[in-house]
Each structure stands twice: as structure tokens, then as C-alpha cells.
Design a protein around this ligand. Structure first.
Ligand code: SF4
Length: 251
């Protein structure tokens, strides 16, 4: 199953997988979404809240703030508590949360929690715990999906409205240099198979389809874990599940 990295930075990666079946990649996608554990705020005690935001919404917002996670801490069952005490006027951000552990902090400091007007107060304590996406989506470590590799057949290159056809592409991978319609060099994999160009120009000009033997697997971390940690943890969980099935079926 050859895997080629099409693009990669700290948060996002795009892989091209050939000679595989989408069910294998779907198993990996599901393992990432539901099996990989991260930390998130789960229990909030509100001592004071005179803001216009209901307690429940406030607690829900806190739960959705991604927290830096260290998988090895799970075994220690260490409790991490965040405290927040603010008075308005102030826009309260994730960076205002004070953590009992300097390593477990919000991934992003600039997420707005609540806007306090003059004199409004907020005081709370929030406990974070480990969990996975099967319990609540707030524990999911990444946005992950796959799609088949695009195939673009330009049937008529020289058409009067080539520039208009190219302008229909939402990801800007088509060009119309000298009235000749083409796909920009090295940009084919960015096609999102929306068919906007085909619907506008007609199938007799441009035909969009996909190559089912090549699959693009994309993931974007929410920041709790690195991409490598997410993939490692997901594969470990799949191996563990396969072992369980093996043991049960061999009984
Ligand atoms: S299918 Fe959509 S993304 Fe792909 S080339 Fe056409 S307009 Fe662009």
C-alpha cells in the first residue's frame, strides 16, 4: 500500500494512498475520530455568572476548548483543574484560564469564552479529563476525511469562454492562458470534485470523474496532539481491537 505525502505542516497533512481499499482508510479515520484519547474540560462548577450567557452554554464552550494533551498522563489519573475569575468590561479568552498544571493549557489563547459588560462577573472552576470521541466529539483530536483522486478530462481546450470556466473553480486550479483551458501544473490533487466547471461548460468541454484506485487521505489536528501522535495512537487502538477479535474468535 504505497503512501505518498502530498503536503504536510504542523497541523495539516494530505497523503496519497494507492492500491488500497477505502474501507482500510475508513477504519483509520474512525479510529482517529473515536479511539484516540485527549483531554477536555468535563466538569464545571460555577460560583458566579452575571453575564448574559447561560451557565450551560458557558460550560459547553469551555468543553470545546482544545487542551494540550500528553497521552502518558492518562495512566496517572492526574486531575487538572482550571480556574477563571474575571470582572467586566472584558472579553474573556481561553488564555485567561489558570491551569493547575503548567503543561496542560489551552492550545489557543485567543478563543473567546464570553464578553462581560461593565460590572458583570464570572467565577468558576473546571475539571479536565481524558476521553475519546465515542463519548463526546469534544475529545476528537482531528478533522479527518478521504476522497478519491480527481480525474479531469479537458475535451475541448480552445473554447471562447475558457476564462469564465476557469473562474468557476472554487479552488482556483484551472487556467485559461491564451484562451486554452488547462489544469495548473501540480494542482490536480486540489480538485474537490465539485463539478462546478463541468456544470457550467458541459460534459463535451470538461469531464470530471475520480480514480478509485488512488485515495487522498486528509487530516487536520485540533492541536491537542501532534499528527504523528494521532496516527500512532489510532493504529495502536486498531491493533488492540484486532487482538481482541482474534482472542475471542480463537476461544
Ligand atoms: S470539479 Fe470543482 S474543484 Fe475540480 S476543477 Fe472543476 S470546479 Fe475546480
Amino acid at each position: 500500500m504505497p503512501v505518498e505525502t502530498l503536503s504536510k505542516d504542523e497541523e495539516k497533512a494530505q497523503f496519497l494512498v494507492t492500491d488500497s481499499h477505502f474501507s482500510i482508510l475508513n477504519a483509520l479515520r474512525r479510529a482517529i475520530i473515536t479511539n484516540v484519547k485527549t483531554m477536555a474540560i468535563d466538569d464545571v462548577t460555577i460560583y458566579s455568572n452575571t453575564s448574559s450567557m447561560y451557565d450551560e452554554i458557558l460550560a459547553h464552550r469551555l468543553g470545546l476548548i482544545p487542551l494540550k494533551t500528553f497521552p502518558e498522563l492518562e495512566k496517572s489519573k492526574k486531575e487538572v483543574v482550571f480556574s477563571l475569575k474575571e470582572i467586566g468590561p472584558k472579553v474573556v479568552h481561553s488564555g485567561d484560564l489558570k491551569s493547575s498544571d503548567p503543561d496542560i493549557v489551552p492550545v489557543y489563547d485567543n478563543m473567546v469564552i464570553v464578553s462581560l459588560k461593565l460590572g458583570e462577573t464570572i467565577e468558576l472552576e473546571a475539571k479536565a479529563k481524558f476521553g475519546d470521541g465515542s463519548e463526546h466529539t469534544k475529545f476528537t483530536p482531528a478533522h479527518v476525511f478521504y476522497h478519491f483522486y480527481p480525474k479531469i478530462d479537458i475535451i475541448k481546450e480552445n473554447v471562447k469562454n475558457a476564462a469564465q470556466i476557469a473562474a468557476k473553480c472554487p479552488v482556483n486550479i484551472l487556467e485559461a492562458e491564451g484562451g486554452k483551458l488547462s489544469v495548473k501544473k501540480g494542482q490536480l490533487s486540489k480538485c474537490i470534485l465539485c463539478k462546478a466547471c463541468e456544470e457550467f461548460a458541459g460534459e463535451d468541454v470538461i469531464k470530471i470523474s475520480s480514480n478509485n484506485k488512488k485515495i487522498i487521505f486528509e487530516m487536520e489536528s485540533w492541536g491537542q496532539l501532534s499528527l504523528k501522535q494521532i496516527i500512532d495512537e489510532a493504529f495502536d487502538s486498531l491493533v488492540e481491537e484486532a487482538e481482541t477479535v482474534k482472542q475471542k474468535t480463537l476461544k
